[in-house]
Design a binder for this molecule. Structure first.
Ligand code: SF4
Length: 263
């Protein structure tokens, strides 16, 4: 029997503003709940348990699909499943429904939890969180998660690893993770960069801890992103091991719309 899923919002079409699908149109399905509490999280309404409880709509898979159709989604459109951490939930039925109806399915997760339905997605965006998030994840854990993703024959068309970095410790973390993944790919796969795998460094988009600083004006946010971009670009350009394989890309939607929702 189908189970309901806590859904914070379903919207689109919009332009994906980050990672491998940046610039492509997509619809978003945002689930509620996350096993992390990052200081600079920009979707706290989908993370903080009291907010999730208050604002989530419990939806059955066919209701989620019907909502997307009502927004105009059709064959060939991309559906991005995000959160929170969507891997908290059993989304196998809804992912099957999307795949069966010829939608392109992308998922965004920090890569801390595992469920087999992740393998059925076309594009997997995994974002290990850096020290400024308040969490620590090791390269071994990231590789363990990627090993699970690539168990068996059914693998995603594309896997994108994206790491947000605000400062030098974050960059050093990103550098360690990217290097470990590059080695893992070299050992296990013959795919050239940008076909099956890509790695993105994403300059932090504002104050490190929006829990304590409160909301930022759009102008201030844009300034912060530009400063962060310059700092991260300087570090990447002097990193001979990474500069050929890692791209740097800010959150384009945040630069354009600030923290507005549904865009
Ligand atoms: S993992 Fe993502 S959704 Fe969860 S708290 Fe961190 S930034 Fe927010």
């Amino acid at each position: 029997m189908s189970k309901t899923i806590p859904i914070m919002e379903i919207f689109g079409p919009v332009i994906q503003g980050e990672g491998h699908l940046a610039g492509r149109s997509t619809f978003f399905v945002r689930t509620g709940g996350c096993d992390y509490r990052c200081g600079w999280c920009d979707t706290k309404y989908a993370v903080t348990p009291s907010l999730v409880k208050e604002h989530a709509t419990q939806m059955l898979p066919h209701e989620i699909y019907a909502k997307l159709l009502s927004l105009g989604a059709r064959q060939g459109d991309c559906i991005t499943i995000s959160g929170g951490n969507p891997v908290m939930h059993d989304l196998s039925e809804i992912v099957d429904c999307f795949v069966g109806n010829d939608l392109v399915v992308a998922v965004e997760t920090q890569g801390t939890l595992w469920r087999d339905w992740v393998r059925d997605c076309d594009v997997v965006n995994v974002s290990p969180k850096p020290p400024s998030s308040g969490h620590i994840i090791t390269a071994d854990k990231v590789i363990e998660w990627l090993d699970k993703l690539f168990e068996g024959d059914n693998v995603p068309l594309h896997t994108c690893v994206k790491i947000v970095a605000f400062d030098v410790p974050d960059y050093d973390f990103a550098s360690r993770i990217f290097k470990a993944i590059a080695k893992w790919i070299e050992t296990n796969w013959s795919a050239p960069w940008d076909s099956q795998f890509s790695m993105y460094l994403q300059p932090g988009s504002g104050y490190k801890d929006t829990y304590t600083t409160g909301p930022m004006s759009n102008d201030l946010m844009r300034d912060c992103i530009a400063n962060s971009y310059r700092d991260m670009a300087n570090l990447l350009l002097t990193d001979e091991d990474l500069r050929q394989i890692v791209r740097i890309m800010p959150q384009v939607h945040t630069m354009v719309y600030g923290d507005m929702r549904g865009v």
